[in-house]
Design a protein around this ligand. Structure first.
Ligand code: NAP
Length: 475
């Protein structure tokens, strides 16, 4: 087989189609692989294979499911170097970040394996109702069946494992559609899972454009649940088209950070820089808006600019690189145009914003009017808007002035203020003395408003991917 070819995986076998498509390294456009666009027949075949495998999956004991996931955890660690290079090539993220993603994906599988052992229902206190006298009841958690997992480009491996791991723990079969630009790690993982004893057809990977292949999955009568991570726009479309299918949506954000005057800015700076510019800001919880209290504005901006200037911009394969390309030249051009819009509206460019091919120099813009794209929409690029506030209430109001609500954070030494903000900011997760970009893989993770519905993290995803079936009996 051509090592550059990544055929789909349907019913345990590699499958090609007449329509080939090149996979490119975003940094320079060089070809790193070839994939195939699924035909309608192939989408149907994948769903049917998953339907057959779902019957087998539900009969696996919890320990058998856990063992498969544990094996996959260890195999992924054994193959970490190869997998990190695959993630680096398809996303263009710096190799050191790709390595971190592989380690996290392996942990996500381990957490999923542990959740398989813990999957249980509950005892229902039937006789709490007069009509329940003499009865007992339990719930058991049953798999939902066939799950379509649709994933984005920015963490192609770990975000896929956040769906595949819990789906297997819950006894389901999966059809995975990765982002068209980042399919390589998905195909590799399907092969890895087969080697780890996952029944044939329990994990199918189909590739091709979301508008066609994704729609087919969303409409398919053989799909019981859609778990989607991606943009709010596509998420809303899926929600509207999915009918009565179960849907979980992990969508975008324009995450905000509050910096109170008493914060230890120097200690926080490495976290703020990483939280703003890791993977060139293409992280759903990347810091996009910073609200800094008046008294420390100048000190903060000076320190932020100096720390940002130290980031090494370069080729993603270079282990020293901190900042590499965005996913496409078009995306890089859009980010640069948003910086321009903010400046025309009165914002002050502190640093960055230059573009070479798909790479954008990390940008900081101060005093950005709240109506411009940089404050209102999701930038998904290496750019941060810094604005000033007087009292904490104002900062909270500005954080909440967003259509999104994924995560937010505050740095302060004042515990009262920290918890005031934690209670008042409308998001799925709030971090005190940490940036909104903080995520560890077993915590509950998800958003409110346009940031989505449902929670991930293996424990929470397994709940979404299983049904509590009630069984009662008269004693
Ligand atoms: P996207 O454009 O929404 O695409 C996500 C996935 O949906 C891709 O596999 C895409 O396929 C597919 N798709 C596109 N149109 C579809 C349709 N009509 N029906 C079904 N599927 C369809 O997002 P992206 O650009 O890859 O990723 C960036 C977005 O993901 C950002 O908004 C980011 O915030 C969000 N995100 C959220 C989280 C979270 O956990 N909350 C994590 C990471 C990323 P194609 O690639 O073929 O278009």
């Amino acid at each position: 087989m051509n090592p550059m070819e990544y055929p789909m995986q349907i019913d345990g076998a590699p499958v090609r189609s007449p329509r080939e498509r090149a996979v490119a390294l975003p940094f320079d456009g060089s070809q790193v692989g070839t994939i195939f666009e699924a035909t309608e027949e192939q989408v149907n075949a994948a769903v049917e294979a998953a339907g057959r495998a779902a019957r087998q999956m539900r009969e696996l004991t919890l320990d058998e499911r856990s063992a498969i996931l544990r094996k996959a955890h260890y195999r992924l660690l054994e193959e970490r170097d190869e997998m990190a290079m695959a993630v680096c090539q398809e996303t263009g993220k710096p190799l050191k970040e790709a390595r971190m993603e592989v380690e996290r994906a392996a942990l996500t599988l381990l957490f999923s394996s542990e959740e398989a052992h813990r999957l249980h229902g509950e005892v229902v206190p039937m006789d709490a109702s007069p009509a329940g006298k003499g009865r007992m009841g339990i719930t058991v958690r049953e798999p939902v069946g066939v799950i379509a997992a649709i994933t984005p480009f920015n963490f192609p491996l770990n975000l896929a494992m956040h769906k595949i791991g819990p789906a297997i723990a819950g006894g389901n079969a999966i059809v995975h559609k990765p982002a068209t630009v980042t399919p390589i790690s998905a195909v590799k993982m399907a092969r890895l899972f087969l080697d780890c004893g996952l029944p044939q057809g329990a994990l199918n990977v189909i590739t091709g454009p979301g508008g066609a292949v994704g729609d087919m999955l969303v409409f398919h009568a053989g799909v019981d649940m859609i778990t989607f991570t991606g943009s709010a726009e596509v998420g809303q479309r899926i929600r509207n088209l999915a009918g009565l299918k179960r849907v979980t949506l992990e969508l975008g954000s324009n995450s905000a950070l509050i910096l109170e005057e008493d914060a230890d800015i120097e200690a926080a700076m490495p976290r703020i820089v990483a939280g703003s510019f890791a993977h060139s800001g293409q992280v759903c919880i990347s810091i996009q808006r910073i609200y800094v209290q008046e008294g420390i504005r100048t000190e903060f901006i000076d320190r932020f600019q100096a720390a940002t200037a130290k980031l090494a911009i370069g080729h993603p394969y270079d282990p020293a690189t901190d900042i590499s390309s965005l996913i496409t030249v078009d995306e890089a051009e859009r980010v640069v145009s948003w910086v321009g819009e903010a400046i025309r509206a009165g914002g002050k460019l502190i640093t960055g914003g230059g573009r070479q091919h798909a790479t954008v120099a990390p940008a900081i813009v101060a005093d950005v009017p709240p109506h411009v794209s940089l404050c209102r929409k999701e930038a998904f690029g290496p750019v941060v808007a810094v604005n000033t506030y007087g009292k904490l209430d104002e900062a909270v109001a500005m954080v909440n002035d967003s259509d999104y609500g994924l995560q937010a954070g505050i740095y302060t030494r004042d515990i009262q203020k920290a918890f005031q903000a934690a209670r008042q900011v409308h998001v799925g997760g709030f971090h005190i003395n940490e940036t909104p970009q903080y995520r560890i893989d077993h915590m509950p993770y998800g958003g409110v408003k346009l940031s989505g519905t449902g929670r991930e993290g293996p424990k929470y995803a397994v709940e979404e991917m299983t049904e509590p079936k009630l069984i009662t009996w008269r004693v």
